[in-house]
Design a protein around this ligand. Structure first.
Ligand code: GAP
Length: 491
């Protein structure tokens, strides 16, 4: 939740080595790589490659299946990214969606003050001028901060290492991405890229409620891009300026908010279990009032132990009737719900479980990454392997078909198996390099099953199936292969 003085608990795990390995594997194997690289890249922009897009789509499709298709109380929408700017005025984003920005007077590096000075949100700040909103400048004195025990010693610039001046001036920087509609760039044509998918669910509430004929309690779900002009993006795909969200706005009667909040809290944990995230790596952070987003009466950030520290994965917020109420006021349209049984009219309250797509992908990559010793073809010998032990439903490639050699007689049997399997599962055919190297490659991209076609296959019409996690091998008749894999992959 971004807020005036929002601070995250950065419990450093000091395992940047692991993070580097994951980033390098992602690039090497075509999961995720730096965007616009042929032009020297673009800071903090990442592109999902052939395997990355499959992994990400599996997350999104699994989420949609669980939270929309498998429920009777949920419908989905897919709204425009650029909405009427009045939306962001009514939602409070134009005024409140800010982070405190401090610029180093020496090297002009820009930082979030709340990251430089953890705990600064509890400090009374002074303003230097009377101009309004986020143009106004504020300052904190380092000596005062030391006196109050907020910091132990004067702070140095993380970039140029110069000691910051005692009076640290900062301003609130609005994270909305501004753009212009049409050919003239004047103020009347200003628009914003949406910073959260949520607002469309409020703005379209009436349309959706009427056309879907859903009764409260019910939810609207959406998956899509969001944009924020983050001051300090970083940590790979953890914090970027362009990212994807999966959000639910669940509409309820006010009296039901506490039990619905608890219910969604449990549902979120079930989902994280399905992603394979271990409970001991997940932590609830009850966000104190001062740090909550402007619309929230209660927020829990669900944090994950990333290799660079424990930080927000998902959020759960009680948004009250703040959004619908404000949109009703600003638009002059009634956004009340009419209970068809009691004829009671009211503005629904909202529980919002929100899930970052990219952070889901990152957490899954971190959780699934293992380095272990694997047996080689030589009796009693082992060699190190890197393996992504994705839950099978998330694996980008489900089955690899590996003829033992490139010989035509093996290809004649292996190709038809591949052509058959590809109708049921996402498969890869690979006949290059030694079988050991091909297993290592499939382990690194998390393929649950490798099917090896060897010379015996020509005789016994059977293949060897190797399990990614146990590395155990089984001989299976070609005629039983599809059913065997369907069973194993849970299809
Ligand atoms: N509608 C509520 C909302 O947008 P948020 O906590 O600001 O709340 C929701 O964002 C989720 O979106 C976060 O929990 C996180 O998973 C993801 N997210 C937020 N900012 C992000 C960024 N800059 N890069 C990647 N993911 C981000």
């Amino acid at each position: 939740m971004s807020n005036l003085f929002f601070m995250k608990k950065e419990e450093k795990k000091n395992d940047s080595g692991l993070m580097d390995k994951i980033v390098s594997l992602c690039k090497r194997r075509g999961f995720i790589f730096p965007g616009s690289e042929i032009y020297g890249g673009m800071a903090n922009s990442w592109d999902y490659g052939p395997l990355g897009v499959e992994l990400k789509n599996n997350v999104k499709q699994g989420w949609w299946k669980k939270f929309v298709h498998s429920r009777t109380d949920m419908v989905g929408i897919d709204a425009a990214l650029i909405m009427n700017p009045k939306v962001w005025e009514a939602s409070g984003h134009l005024k409140n969606f800010t982070d405190p920005l401090f610029e180093c007077p020496e090297c002009h590096g820009r930082f979030r003050l709340d990251k430089l000075v953890p705990g600064v949100e509890n400090v009374k700040v002074e303003s230097t001028s009377a101009t309004d909103d986020y143009k106004k400048e504020y300052y904190v004195n380092q000596k005062d901060l030391i006196g109050q025990g907020v910091i132990k010693e004067v702070i140095k610039c993380p970039d140029c290492r110069k000691v910051f001046p005692d009076k640290m001036k900062f301003r609130f920087f609005n994270l909305l991405f501004k753009t212009f509609i049409g050919s003239t760039e004047d103020a009347a044509d200003v628009a914003y890229l949406r910073p959260e998918t949520a607002q469309a669910m409020f703005v379209d509430f009436k349309q959706v409620a009427e056309t879907s004929r859903k009764r409260i309690p019910f939810g609207i779900a959406q998956i899509g891009k969001a944009f924020r002009n983050e001051i300090t993006p970083g940590n790979f795909i953890f914090r970027t300026r362009e990212f994807e969200q999966m959000e639910i706005e669940y509409f309820i009667r006010e009296n039901d908010w506490e039990k619905t909040f608890e219910y969604w809290h449990e549902e979120m944990y079930k989902w994280m279990g399905e992603l394979g995230l271990k409970k001991e790596h997940l932590h609830d952070l009850e966000v104190p009032e001062k740090e909550r987003a402007h619309y929230s009466k209660r927020t829990i950030d669900i944090e994950y132990d990333f290799p660079f520290g424990t930080d927000e994965l998902y959020g759960l917020a009680y948004r009250t009737d703040f959004d619908l109420g404000n949109h009703a006021k600003a638009s002059g349209q009634s956004l009340e719900y009419l209970d068809p049984e009691t004829q009671e009219k009211f503005i629904p309250h909202v529980i919002e479980p929100t899930f970052g797509v990219d952070r889901s992908v990152l957490a899954v990559l971190c959780e699934s990454y293992f380095e272990e010793e694997a047996p080689t073809s030589e009796e009693g010998k082992t060699e190190p392997r890197v393996v992504l032990k994705f839950p099978k439903w998330l694996a980008p490639i489900k089955v690899a078909i590996l003829p033992l050699s490139k010989k035509e007689e093996l290809a004649k049997v292996a190709r038809p198996i591949y052509e058959d399997l590809v109708k049921h599962f996402i498969c890869e055919y690979d006949e290059t390099q030694s079988i050991g190297k091909r297993y290592r490659r499939q382990d690194e991209i998390g393929t649950p099953y490798c099917v090896t076609v060897d010379f015996e296959t020509l005789e016994d019409k059977a293949v060897t199936i190797r399990d990614r996690d146990t590395m155990k091998q089984e001989r299976i008749k070609i005629s039983d292969l599809i059913n065997y894999l369907k069973n194993k992959l849970g299809d």
